[in-house]
Structure formats: C-alpha cells, structure tokens
Design a protein around this ligand. Sequence first.
Ligand code: ASP
Length: 317
Amino acid sequence: MELQVQPKLIIHGGAGSSLHGKGGLEAVRRSLHTVIEEVYSLLLCGATASQAVVHGCQMLEDNPRFNAGTGSVLQSDGQIRMSASLMDGALGRFSGVINISRVKNPIELAQFLQNSPDRVLSDFGSAELAREMQLPSYNALTDLRLQEWIQERQDNFKSAMAGVVAEPELVETSNAGRGTIGVVALDASGRLAAGTSTGGKGFERIGRVSDSAMPAGNYATSNAGVSCTGIGEDIIDECLAPRIVVRVTDGISLKEAMQRSFREAHQNKRDLGAIALDASGAIAWGKTSEILLAAYHNGEKIGDTLEWTGNELIGYC
Ligand code: ASP
C-alpha cells in the first residue's frame, strides 16, 4: 500500500506516582509495546485512525494491568462504572459512554455512537445500548482491584485515587496513582483520532463523571489529537485536550502548545498527563505528575516515557 503520510501512534496507560520496582516497569513496557506493534501494523495496512484507536483501546481495556475495561478500579460503593470516548478528528465528531457497567469494552459503545444522532450516553442509556448491541454481560472485576478496594475501605478511603496499574506489590504499598488508557493515531491518509477509556479515579462518589468521556479529556480535529489522564477534575478545570488542540489550530506548533498548556497546568497545581499528535506527524507527551506511562511509534521505531521522571513538563519527537 502506498502511504500518503507516514502513520504515527501514541498510547498511554495512565499517569501518577512512580512504579515501585523494575518488575512493574518492565511488565508495563511489554504491555504497551505489544499494543504499539499490533496497532502500528494495522495503520501500515491502511486502517483508519479511528479503527486503529478503537483496536488499541480494546487491547488496553483487555489488559487487567490498566484501569479501564478488565482491571477497572472500584468506586466507593464497590461497583465498577466505566467511561470511554472516541473522537474522529477528520469528521470532527465526539461520542462516548459515561459510567457503564457489565461490558467488556466500553470503547466499542463509543464507536457505535459515532453514527448515532445521540452521541454521549450516561449510565442507564449506555446499559440499554449494550442490550441493543447484544453485548454479553461481562464482569470486569479482578482480584487485585478488589483487594485494593478492601484495603482502602479499611483506611476509610483516604487515597485520592486508585493505583496507576494493578500490581500485587503495589497493593501492599501506598499507591496513590492514576489509571486510564488512551490512544491517538495519525493514519496513512493524514486523518487523526483520539480515544480514552477509564474505570474512573477509584473510590469516587456514585454518579461522579470522569473527564475521559468529555472533550476536556479526549479531543481531536484535523489538526491535532489529545488523550488525557490524571485527576479528572483537574483535566476538566484546565479543559486540557481542547486547549492544546485549539492552540495548534491557531498555528502554534504542537511542542509549544504542549509547553504552554503544561506550564499553565503546573502553575495551577494540577495533577495530570496527556499524549498528543498533530497532522504534520509531531508526537508529544506531557505531565505534571511524577510519571506518565506512554509509548509511541514515530514511523521508525518504538519509544516510551516509562523512565522519564525529570522535571521537564513535556517531551516530543
Ligand atoms: N482521568 C480519569 C478520571 O478522573 C482517571 C485517570 O486518568 O486515571 O476519571
């Protein structure tokens, strides 16, 4: 297949405090690189940006390590409620589901809603849609997340959020961290798309709405695409994803748009991270938190941010 544009891909598995131990880091690296390899080869075979994003989100949702789909964190009442969204940049179209339970891949519902006149559904409507789509009932609960919740309940839900990844050793230690997964792709025809999926912050009040199914946390146009992670309230207050995308649309480079947006987020004492691509193929990532679990394919090779713990707020290539 002749490529009009060199495809680009970036994914994340959350942001937060450092992964305790090298074992955790290597396992996360393997998980992220496997997704990059498979999704990048789809892009090389002509998959659209949206198709690639949905496939990448499904793979990450199916990995119990990350806080989305299987392995989602539990809310304060011990239930899993997941949120996901997809934005097709070429169509300029956002769709998503909020606080859905008992499905395997929330991103599939977001994908379905791309072609619906009603594009964002909350809990009850999402459950109805899952029934209409004849999706089998699925229990996303893992033992590790259950243990984490039981421990938090004993501590009276002191943590701001659940662990960034589910690892046995992390359940034993203090693990205030973040979760969520996201994928941003630029396909061979130059189209962009972004997808984000989450189990939420963990231990939150029933009915709390995550940024992951809002444009604030997931946004793409024909100019740029961004997926965010971190404390949803901070992401919403910064309106982070559109803030970066609009800057790029106004002619600022992706690097500079990220730099300005993360400088502001840092000044405002936010706790968050984001991955981004623009239509020229620039790749960027940023964080105000300690770590960002991101990996990318720049057309030549795979890279990741797992050992990026410095004070710089952004990175790019
Ligand atoms: N942003 C997600 C939320 O607040 C959580 C995360 O990214 O870890 O629901």
